[in-house]
Design a binder for this molecule. Structure first.
Ligand SMILES: Cc1cc2nc3c(=O)[nH]c(=O)nc-3n(C[C@H](O)[C@H](O)[C@H](O)COP(=O)(O)OP(=O)(O)OC[C@H]3O[C@@H](n4cnc5c(N)ncnc54)[C@H](O)[C@@H]3O)c2cc1C
Length: 568
């Protein structure tokens, strides 16, 4: 019988709520069948559930624990993550409670040798980065899940076994009063880095594990530094290694440092060892003897691994269950959101019969491609922060010492932050659009560009939940044959919203009109007046990535684009 802990997790700033377990006896009428069962209520599991719900697909979320996750874990959330969280309705609480930032500093021998500035334009609703502890994110996502009538959230329910055949998955779920069975059409494995679903299917992750082990420690301390990333290279107290510091809400600072060679995680986590290292770091930054209190600490290893496929029969993987990414460059949870947003719509469309299972092959191909790109990027950062061998160390040390006097090497400190993958080669992209002929705007496969339209009003506030057609017009209606294509797609049950941009009154065929008074949207999407693209059209998928763009509306090519994006 599964007995999750009922003791609230310790924290000096976060009050853990222990939820009541979902017990079969208390839900005699509850269906033992689900369209989708999601294993795990971390960021990947909950965003997948919320995305499925947006597309009208119900799910059961199985979570073995009774509380949100232990410790702050992921603390830095990127702009694209915030845009995804906006889609599922938790961006406001994140923004209200998080700490925004955009600068990163690298220090060597007491000198700041590089300052990274992440771009932040008036057209961006969200800051490049937002720091907030993962528990808060999970709390907000959980609140959103329980507010949805389509999500059946089950605390204290642990998936212990499953089998699958061509039609469904048969799951055994253990609870504090014993097991029950749950049949589902699809099982989503969002059960984290130690995924039991992955182990049960005997799937192997591919890639590299680096040698370095790192302590992550959250301490409460009063430090006068702004919310910026601080990286200290090769300090005297920890030679050859890198120490990272980040401010978190509630007066908490994250300190990350590499273990000494030969030191075991148990040794590194002994209170005396932690105190010695943290005091040494504080002394180095000029705050020797500053009082601090430990909240949470852990040891992690930098790994860069992915499954080669995320769909196995009726089981789909997302988040850490699908890949393990080094946290340098804030990749773990930020990648999990992109997986979940993508899986949500792909799976929903298959569940609703709007596309065939080939759509799920596309989910796998796109997200494995994204993970591989991230692994490549993260590997470079990891090799710089924690050189895995003598050659890498020699090179890194050369950069460090040269950087004291030579400006040209300083950009090598750049820390390649997590960024959204562009699905340039997606099979969902239109076969012959006008992508190459645009001078500006998000390319085919890219995520959209946000645009400020007015006070607290941005383009992306208006999009999502289905396909979006952006139609740049001065008021002319959408041509009748284009409207006919859209009517045909809608008749299949696919949601398509037409947004007319640049007009003031109602536009025939448009669901909404955005004035774009200053023409910023037109400019940023390369649909400028006088140019050949003045009547441009963009087609965005439900995850907002561009799958086609044309210089002018064209019914046959629009139909071909929908056929490509919704394979039978
Ligand atoms: C100690 C630690 C520190 C980290 N620090 C950072 C950091 O500093 N920065 C960063 O970006 N990322 C960090 N990460 C990574 C980040 O937390 C993950 O990338 C992120 O949580 C991934 O989300 P997920 O939903 O895929 O998995 P998880 O958040 O791990 O969620 C998995 C969920 O599945 C549940 N579960 C597991 N098995 C079962 C089962 N059989 N039945 C039901 N439920 C089950 C678990 O209880 C858990 O709630 C850290 C992770 C760890 C473990």
């Amino acid at each position: 019988m599964h007995q999750p802990s009922t003791e609230p997790r310790p924290s000096i700033y976060y009050g853990y709520r222990v939820h009541a377990p979902w017990l079969p006896s208390a839900h005699p009428g509850a269906a033992r069948r689900a369209a989708v069962a999601i294993v795990g209520s971390g960021p990947a599991g909950m965003v997948t559930a919320l995305e499925l719900a947006r597309h009208g697909v119900p799910s059961v979320v199985l979570e073995s624990e009774l509380q949100v996750s232990q410790g702050s874990r992921a603390i830095v959330f990127t702009r694209r993550s915030m845009e995804i969280l906006q889609q599922v309705g938790v961006d406001r609480r994140m923004t209200e409670n998080g700490l925004p930032w955009r600068f990163g500093n690298s220090f060597y021998r007491g000198e700041r040798v590089f300052r990274m500035e992440a771009p932040h334009e008036p057209d961006d609703r969200f800051w490049p980065m937002l720091n907030i502890q993962q528990q808060y994110l999970e709390e907000y996502l959980h609140d959103a899940c329980v507010a949805s009538p389509l999500i059946d959230f089950r605390w204290g329910n642990k998936l212990t076994a499953f089998t699958q055949d061509a039609q469904q998955v048969h799951a055994t779920v253990d609870t504090p009063e014993g097991p029950y069975t749950l049949d589902c059409d699809w099982l989503v494995a969002a059960d984290g880095g130690r995924s039991g679903v992955r182990a049960a299917l005997d799937l192997k992750l591919e890639g590299a594990s680096y040698e370095g082990l790192f302590v992550i420690a959250d301490i409460r301390i009063d430090l006068p530094f702004p919310t910026e990333r601080r990286a200290y290279f090769d300090p005297d107290w920890n030679p050859g290694h890198t120490i990272l510091m980040h401010r978190e809400p509630h007066g908490i600072w994250r300190v990350d440092y590499q273990l000494a060679p030969g030191e075991s995680p148990e040794e590194a986590l002994r209170p005396e060892a932690l105190k010695r290292c943290i005091d040494a770091q504080l002394a180095m930054i000029g705050h020797a003897g500053a009082p601090w209190t430990m909240d949470w600490c852990s040891v992690y290893s930098a790994r860069a691994l992915t499954l080669p496929s995320y769909v196995h029969g009726r089981v789909c993987f997302a988040g850490d269950a699908a890949h393990l990414l080094p946290i340098f460059g804030v990749r773990g949870a930020n990648t999990a959101f992109q997986d979940a947003q993508s899986l949500g719509w792909h799976l929903a469309f298959v569940c609703k019969g709007l596309a065939g299972p080939r759509l799920l092959e596309n989910y796998s191909a796109e997200r494995v491609g994204a993970a591989r790109e991230i692994i490549d990027e993260a590997g470079k950062s990891t090799r710089f922060m924690a050189p895995p061998g003598r050659g890498f160390r020699l090179l890194r040390d050369a950069v460090l010492s040269l950087s004291l006097t030579q400006d040209f090497v300083r950009p090598l400190y750049h820390w390649r932050t997590s960024r959204p993958h562009e699905y340039t080669h997606s099979m969902l992209n239109a076969p012959d659009d006008d992508d190459e002929r645009f001078a500006e705007g998000p390319r085919r496969g890219a995520p959209p560009r946000n645009v400020k339209l007015g006070h607290e009003d941005f383009l992306l506030d208006h999009l999502g939940g289905g396909f979006d057609l952006l139609w740049f017009t001065r008021g002319e209606g959408l041509p009748a044959d284009v409207q006919e294509v859209l009517a045909g797609v809608r008749a299949r049950g696919v949601r398509v919203s037409v947004t007319a941009i640049g007009a003031h009154a109602g536009v025939a065929g448009a669901d909404r009109v955005l004035a774009d008074a200053e023409g910023r949207c037109r400019t940023l999407y390369g649909a400028t007046d006088g140019a050949r693209a003045a009547g441009a059209v963009y087609l965005l998928r439900p995850d907002q990535h561009v799958c086609a763009r044309w210089l002018a509306p064209d019914a046959p090519r629009l139909k071909a684009a929908f056929d490509a994006a919704l394979p039978r």
